[in-house]
Design a protein around this ligand. Structure first.
Ligand SMILES: [Ca+2]
Length: 509
């Protein structure tokens, strides 16, 4: 059976090179284990366990430029069809608009001030050595947990094909797909030549979907579903696609779906930068090569982003097709999301790491047993809620450390709200989203500036009302709510050892 998947307990901080070694060790020998498990697990007994499976699907750097979220151009027929048989959250938010911290947060159900992971390239156990992650809870309850692609932080594209900053205790089996996008890197256009992940870069690629890293991930996912179908034990299968993260690489036909001359680039009025606090200004002016981008390049970048979204959607479609054809959809909870939002020229900014709606908001669709069949929720939701939600839907007990709340009631009846606020943080800033407003404070007690946006009249968040005397009361009320949330979100998590140290090492590079 799956006994050899057990790892020793990890009571305290391990040197990082040992963690690396563990990650490498876990990534390969388990291939044989999974094969053996699939072969000897016996006849299908999915219902016998009494617990549904979990298929966790996550894109990297995907915002809500998605068909079922009302985007007029972007084609995502497969995410749309998942939403049509599940619940789509209109107001779901990440806790930190950057890959590593966001992924550490939702996989542990802890806020970034609890995980202490507030930048990339950190192994979660450097700071919270004995945390029980979401998939670890499933493993301990008899589920077989598999990771395919990027779930914890990976440097994209550098770490494609490796385990990146994975957590080996989270999985029974891991697969690190690597496609021709890695071999084609010399063909990729970049605003900073030779640099692909941190700046705008793209390639309309030759070849087929299935030669790309995410195409291989979809193939491997379909294989795993077939094995699971025979095996019968419940599964937690997490699939992290790399697209639409930069470099925006997708086969040519996807680019042809979005002619560049039909793409509009968001514009920013003169004097806009002076209307926001200095720390907010710095989040959107940091990358010099992306400032006042040439409109032709801007249109090409948006075309490539859209192409990458539709390409990723097509891979998700192959996974969902397999789930249907294997008859597994009825006893599998499917989650679809992204690690944070993304700017494509809004506020004059590209990519992530801001406290605006564009970077904080994530797509979130859930479908399967115990979930309403088609519905849109206006409830606020946070990514830390995934862990307790999936625990409750599968009848498992999350550890007392988990800070999120279960969205189960909203999933059963999308008109019932679970949360009234959502919290996102970045650098010295904390931002609170309510149904109507976004309110942000920078620095201690707002000493670095405040922002208030009224989504009823200004969904693009272009008019900062924080200093408008007409809104003094709203600011004061939201400030109180924000402080309360920040204070709760920084409480030491129950039973989890925290190791706080200045962590500026970057390994592996
Ligand atoms: Ca990301």
């Amino acid at each position: 059976m799956l006994a050899s998947t057990k790892l020793p307990k990890l009571p305290r901080l391990l040197p990082v090179n040992l963690l690396l070694l563990l990650a490498t060790f876990v990534a390969t020998p388990f291939a044989g284990v999974a094969d053996a498990g699939a072969a000897d697990a016996g006849a299908a007994d999915r219902s016998g366990s009494g617990r549904p499976n979990v298929l966790f699907l996550i894109c990297d750097d995907l915002n809500c430029d998605i068909g079922c979220y009302g985007h007029p151009q972007v084609k995502t027929p497969n995410i749309d069809r998942l939403a049509a048989r599940g619940v789509r959250f209109d107001r779901a938010y990440c806790q930190f608009p950057l890959c590593g911290p966001s992924r550490a947060s939702f996989m542990t159900g802890l806020y970034p001030d609890q995980t202490l992971v507030r930048r990339n390239a950190i192994y979660i156990r450097e700071h919270i050595p004995n945390v029980k992650t979401m998939s670890q809870m499933f493993r301990e309850s008899g589920y077989f947990a598999t990771r395919i692609g990027k779930i914890y932080h990976y440097n994209v594209p550098k770490h494609i094909g490796t385990s990146g900053h994975d957590d080996p205790y989270s999985w029974d089996y891991t697969i690190n797909p690597r496609g021709r996008d890695k071999d084609d890197e010399n063909l990729i256009f970049s605003l900073r030549p030779g640099s692909f992940g941190g700046t705008l870069s793209w390639l309309a690629a030759d070849g087929t979907d299935r030669e790309q890293t995410d195409g291989i991930a979809a193939d491997r996912t379909v294989e795993m579903l077939k094995r699971y179908d025979q095996k019968g034990t419940p599964f937690f299968l997490a699939v992290g696609l790399f697209r639409p993260h930069t470099p925006y690489v997708a086969p040519k036909p996807y680019f042809e779906m979005y002619p560049a001359d039909q793409i509009e680039v968001p514009s920013v009025p003169a004097g806009y930068l002076e209307s926001i606090p200095a720390p907010a200004r710095s989040t959107i002016t940091r990358k010099k090569e992306q400032q006042n981008l040439d409109p032709k390049l801007a249109r090409q970048a948006i075309q490539a982003y859209y192409a990458s979204i539709t390409f990723a959607d097509a891979q998700l479609g192959r996974i969902l097709d397999a789930l249907d054809s294997l008859g597994m959809a009825d006893d599998t909870i499917v989650v679809f999301t992204s690690d944070h939002g993304y700017h494509m020229g809004e506020h004059g900014h590209w990519q992530k790491t801001t406290l605006f709606e564009n970077a904080a908001r994530v797509p979130l669709v859930m479908a399967g047993p115990g979930i309403a069949n088609g519905g849109v929720s206006q409830s606020l939701a946070e990514m830390v809620d995934f862990y307790p939600t999936l625990a409750e839907l599968t009848g498992l007990q999350p550890p007392p450390s988990v800070a999120g709340v279960s969205l189960k009631e909203t999933l059963q009846d999308p008109s019932r709200p679970t949360r009234t606020t959502a919290l996102t943080q970045y650098e010295s800033g904390y931002s609170l989203r309510t149904v109507r407003y976004r309110y942000t404070e920078w620095g201690d007690g707002g000493s670095g500036g405040r922002e208030l946006y009224d989504h009823q009249s200004d969904p693009a968040e272009m008019r900062n009302l924080a200093n408008d005397p007409a809104h003094t009361e709203t600011v004061s009320e939201l400030s109180k709510r924000l402080r309360k949330r920040v204070s709760a979100a920084s409480k030491p998590p129950k039973g989890v050892k925290q190791i706080s140290f200045r962590n500026d090492r970057r390994v592996p590079r």
